[in-house]
Write a protein that binds this ligand. Structure first.
Ligand code: Q9C
Ligand code: ZN
Length: 342
């Protein structure tokens, strides 16, 4: 299959993040995408193509317009304010505070438009976000034009970003953007299968009241795993969307036997839904050696994941999400894709 990749992701680098009370170098770093690209090449997965530029209209179909307009202003405003370091939120409008009045300071606005301190900006961040969005849409166009599958090598990832907030290394929700784009291009139904270790809270929020986009999430139980505040099994959709959201929270230590049983159930639901296209939020932080995750999948499990998804027999767009064991991230992510292609 073809891969879409942009070198502009690399400008989003050198961030710091808050872990266990310490500020440490960010896990979501540029080498992630470079290792995946190198593996696409060495495995001869297929051609690697540059993205086409797109307007932000497709982003505004799933995100609030003011949120999308805010993102390119962050780094210039942070610089105007004279703040040192990366642009990072520190105050959030939680229960009991006003979440409806945007303040007039850039550091406060970062809190208004986020749910954690995990989506930070440096000089090249906006260009990387925009390139990741272009990568997603360009890959989506390949599948619309008749390719059986395509790989959007997105960085930064997207699935924690909601309609009007960033967080968890995510800014624009690339998977949600392409799912909505397929609907707008005439697809009757789209299924999103999120296999990242973390619950795709942003994607769930965006489609929670809709029956035209099926959302299925396999992830660490939010009782003990990030993002903590969404992703329980009783979240099944609302209104028209009731019954079109499915969560499979799993315990720390989950290995392929249990994980693949959840995938089997998920695939049965996707097949029953009979979507025109499947969008896979492809995170490989389920890997046993992932430095921030607690599942125990092995490198040999990823091709089996790809094979099972291929068995659906549906046009499929893979959108890169998480995975932080950088030495093995290419082996694991591309393992899913070669497993799909075989
Ligand atoms: N102790 C994605 O995989 N918290 N985002 C890390 C480390 C944030 C993960 C804490 C994890 C975000 C796209
Ligand atoms: Zn993740």
């Amino acid at each position: 299959m073809k891969t879409i990749f942009s070198p502009l992701h690399a400008g989003h680098g050198g961030q710091m993040e808050l872990v266990s009370g310490q500020i440490v170098p960010g896990f979501e770093k540029p080498s992630r995408a470079e290792f995946i690209k190198a593996r696409v090449e060495s495995e001869k997965l297929g051609p690697i193509l540059a993205p086409k530029e797109h307007s932000l209209d497709a982003a505004k179909r799933v995100h609030a317009s003011d949120y999308i307009d805010f993102l390119p202003t962050v780094w210039p405003e942070w610089q105007n304010a004279g703040f040192p370091g990366s642009a990072m939120a520190f105050t959030w409008p939680t229960r009991g505070l006003r979440g409806d009045v945007p303040p007039k300071r850039i550091d406060a606005l970062l809190g208004y438009y986020s749910f954690d301190a995990g989506a930070t900006f440096v000089k090249g961040t906006w260009d990387a976000i925009k390139s990741s969005y272009d990568v997603g849409l360009t890959a989506a166009e390949l599948v619309k034009a008749g390719e059986r599958a395509a790989f959007a090598l997105c960085r930064p990832p997207g699935h924690h970003a909601g309609a009007a907030f960033m967080g968890g290394y995510c800014f624009i929700n690339n998977a949600a953007v392409v799912a909505q784009w397929y609907r707008d291009q005439g697809a009757a139904r789209v299924a999103i299968l999120d296999v990242d270790y973390h619950h795709g809270n942003g994607t769930q929020e965006i489609f929670y009241e809709r029956d035209d986009v099926l959302m299925i999430n396999l992830h660490g139980d939010p009782m003990t795993e990030y993002p903590f505040f969404l992703g329980h099994a009783d979240e099944r959709g609302a209104g028209k969307g009731e019954g079109f959201n499915h969560n499979y929270p799993m315990q720390p230590g989950t290995a392929w036997d249990k994980w693949s049983a959840a995938l089997e159930d998920a695939c049965a639901k996707v097949a029953a839904y009979a979507p025109d296209v499947v969008v896979v939020s492809l995170g490989v932080d389920t890997f046993e050696k992932d430095p921030i995750s607690q599942f125990k999948l092995k490198s040999s499990d990823y091709p089996r994941m790809g094979e099972r998804i291929a068995k659906l027999g549906l046009p499929t767009l893979f959108v890169m999400e998480g995975g932080y064991a950088v030495e093995e991230i290419g082996i694991n992510a591309v393992g899913v894709l070669t497993g799909f292609d075989n």
